[in-house]
Design a protein around this ligand. Structure first.
Ligand code: SAM
Length: 258
């Protein structure tokens, strides 16, 4: 498979990573753990070939043409169980846990479902760490600190289970075909597990209109009296904006409102 731009299928978000320096940096940034790697979207196997050198890998690829290529190209690794290949949509394989053993997710993700995949991995107790290439803007949302403009529901969800940071910014020229957006490699090291739909629903309401006050946003769901009591207990000004609270403030607020 030589002409990457010609074989790339847009509907599967195929932008193949071809920059060896970026691939090396991803491998160096991998968390030092004994866990298996789950790779979502191995594509032509450019990252996979480095991953199988260091760890056992289970890779999920939706594109049947690429699956055939991978089966052929990685026949030895598959025979020795260094690589397990699962063909099909990863979201269909993924019940509450993607693998039945602890794993680290390392992948150059398909951008059209990247946020959904990260949220599933954060909620998956078998997933211990994530090292993922995604759209830079999305990486900034997951890793933003309180007070920063990008701080939002995704930042709070990520910081509720661990620590998130960007390890590398990657320009479109690192890929073939080049995506229209800048990319970044995001590392999330999990220290806890949480899967609380009600808390996430409160965050959705809290950040629904980021320029409005948090109080105004919350009135869409909570009555004024309950909000006033919670604000008083937490010592919050009514004028505070959603991005100005910390992750622990949001947990305290949730406890008081529920
Ligand atoms: N890892 C390769 C690389 O770095 O060059 C390819 C990355 S490309 C951005 C995303 C890959 O995810 C493609 O191979 C695509 O076919 C695959 N993909 C897209 N949607 C998928 C899904 N729902 N389940 C599994 N793989 C998917």
């Amino acid at each position: 498979m030589q002409n990457r731009a010609a074989i790339a299928k847009k509907k599967f978000g195929q932008n193949f990573l071809r920059d060896e320096a970026v691939l090396a940096e991803i491998i160096q940034s991998m968390p030092d753990t004994p866990y298996r790697i789950a790779e979502i979207g191995p594509g032509l196997g450019d990252l996979t070939k480095y991953l199988v050198d260091v760890k056992s890998v289970t890779a999920f690829e939706v594109d049947t043409d690429l699956c055939k290529h991978l089966e052929h190209h990685f026949a030895d690794a598959i025979a020795t169980n260094a690589l397990t290949l699962r063909c099909g949509d990863v979201l269909e394989h993924w019940k509450s846990e993607l693998l039945d053993e602890p794993y680290d997710l390392v992948a150059n993700l398909p951008y059209y479902i990247a946020t959904n995949i990260i949220l599933k991995a954060l909620a998956d107790p078998a997933c211990r760490n994530l090292l993922v290439m995604i759209q830079r803007e999305v990486a900034e949302k997951f890793s933003a600190a309180p007070g920063e403009r990008a701080f939002g529901a995704l930042s709070v969800i990520a910081q509720s289970v661990g620590e998130a940071r960007i390890v590398l910014h990657v320009p479109p020229t690192a890929f073939e075909p080049a995506p229209k957006v800048d990319s970044a490699v995001l590392l999330i090291q999990k220290t806890a597990n949480r899967n609380d739909a009600e808390f996430e629903e409160m965050l959705r309401i809290a950040f629904a209109q980021p320029r409005k006050t948090l109080y105004k946003n919350l009135t869409a769901r909570y009555d004024g009296k309950t909000l006033d009591q919670a604000y008083e207990t937490l010592g919050l000004e009514r004028s505070v904006r959603p991005h100005q609270l910390s992750t622990s403030d949001y947990h305290r607020l949730y406890t008081l409102l529920h």
